[in-house]
Design a binder for this molecule. Structure first.
Ligand SMILES: [Zn+2]
Length: 113
């Protein structure tokens, strides 16, 4: 489950940011997960619960914002929504797609005190 190492990097980012701001603890973490980022949302929640223990984010709430996968279809010359990498264009069935969004995971913001 690669979500575990991803969750560890999230915890590091959160911990570093919180420490740099002189926070005592982290109240919540908002995480953006693109539909094409190959990250399982449920697995990510579980992994974060495990790695947050003992960190400044020990009791932090994890909010996950899921973002649609978007691509540019070269045949249609317009942006389209796709749910998986390698999916054909939903309009014309072409595979000439360039992924333009929803392909990454990042920490949007954190709430500290
Ligand atoms: Zn198309």
């Amino acid at each position: 489950m690669h979500e575990m190492s991803l969750a560890e990097s999230v915890r590091e980012i959160v911990d570093d940011t919180a420490r740099a701001s002189g926070a005592r603890r982290v109240l919540s973490v908002r995480l953006e997960i693109g539909q094409l980022a190959q990250v399982e949302v449920d697995a990510m929640r579980f992994a974060f619960e495990v790695v947050q223990r003992g960190s400044l984010a020990d009791t932090a709430r994890l909010d996950i914002v899921e973002v649609d996968g978007t691509a540019w279809c070269m045949s249609c010359s317009q942006p389209v929504l796709i749910t998986r990498r390698g999916d054909p264009c939903p309009q014309c069935g072409s595979h000439q797609l360039q992924v333009t969004g929803g392909d990454r995971m990042r920490v949007l913001d954190i709430e500290i005190e």
